[in-house]
Design a protein around this ligand. Sequence first.
Ligand code: FAD
Length: 470
Amino acid sequence: MAAGSGLRALHLAAPFLLLFVLLRPPPVLPRGPPGAAERRCFCQVTGYLDDCTCDVETIDALNNYELFPRLNELLQSDYFRYYKVNLKKPCPFWNDNSHCGIRDCAVKPCPSNEVPDGIRSGSYKYSEEANNLAEECEEAERLGAVDGSLSEETQEAVLRWTQHDDSSDSFCEADDIHSPDAEYVDLLLNPERYTGYKGPDAWKIWNSIYEENCFKPQTVKRPLASGRGDDGGHTFYSWLKGVCVEKRAFYRLISGLHASINIHLSARYLLQDTWSEKKWGPNVTEFQQRFDEVVTRGEGPRRLKNLYFLYLIELRALSKALPFFERPGFQLYTGNKIHDAEIKNLLLEILHLAKSFPLHFDENSFFAGNKKEAAKLKEEFRLHFKNISKIMDCVGCFKCRLWGKLQTQGLGTALKILFSENLIEKIPESGPSYGFQLTRQEIVALFNAFGRISTSVKELENFRTILRNM
Ligand code: FAD
């Protein structure tokens, strides 16, 4: 498997990375006529996206005026604000005791009496209706037999349930939420923003993700890679153009996620830090250093386009999941009946909006070739993504680790939905859905992850305005 000895070798290379950081001159932001700064970040971020029939402007219109405000409201609700996470899991790839002491990396876990009873008491693994069945099934599985006292219908369900291996369709290494180290975190009190996590530790994580897990041969250097072999991205883009659409998509999803994280830290930067006040807000210089076409030698606008690609993939997954969420028996259970029903209505409104989008990504072009080859490729894709979710346990800043884990679980859930289409189509309108399930954790991660990408797209509009007026 990819991550292993290679990741350890990367760990040994850390001192050289440090040397590179120290020797690297700070980037100089070019000056120019009015409007030039805006054009340098955004003039390439327009029109059609590669491998899709969709354009940036259509996404902006849907996101900024329709989806973003509704998602924001949804994610304030109790069901979506509490996420259970184990931040104490050791890094599986290298010895890492270097938990950063940066103040803004701290995560405040939630005292359990603050989490609504409905979420906490059952540790609701599935929606309420499926949960009862799942418990019966797990009990039967534990006993190693189908209990004769169950109704015939339930016995059949138990059999089908036990045959369903959850791990084979999962793209993520999810935390065991029953571990004593797993704690609820209130996401609204621990927002994703600038933390100061940077330098060789952060680079090692990004490097291992791209170098070990994005299908790329080590001989092909990434654009802007340090040292010899940086030919302005020429070799890299020739390689990327030549690989199959799935591998290209994999790279673009990761790059899109990376761009989103870096937009957030630029948009919610620590602008003022005095004993009496901390002020967070947009830092245009930080944004330009990461996305200006000249400073990044053309890479910035490509990264922003990858963000839109990621947006399209997650949007498509949401639209495909509608039949699962639409069933009358499905509840976003917190214990407050009236509020739960209101939040479900809002969620369905968002999913219908997602479905109405006219230029969806066509995932049927994925894994469409020779059946055996396609199955092999899909499995590789799944394992590579699982590896990336494991690397999140190596992130040295707890706040970054929290959001990294949540966003990889959210994207993993989106991929699980996209590749379970025929199971979702078979979900009966009433009664439990046997072949396809989403845990509460997966649902919370899916919508919060999409909320992050949606916020990034909205933030781009803000940066565009600031840069235009500069
Ligand atoms: P980095 O962003 O570290 O990038 C490393 C190299 O990758 C760059 O030199 C560049 O060549 C390349 N690269 C950069 N962006 C892309 C892209 N989109 N696509 C392809 N290649 C790219 N910091 C915070 O302040 N708050 C956070 O919440 C936060 N969360 C993080 C979560 C994770 C999982 C990780 C690994 C890091 C996180 N960080 C966070 C750190 C942040 O992402 C940067 O690593 C840090 O700010 C240093 O930035 P940099 O400019 O040195 O380049």
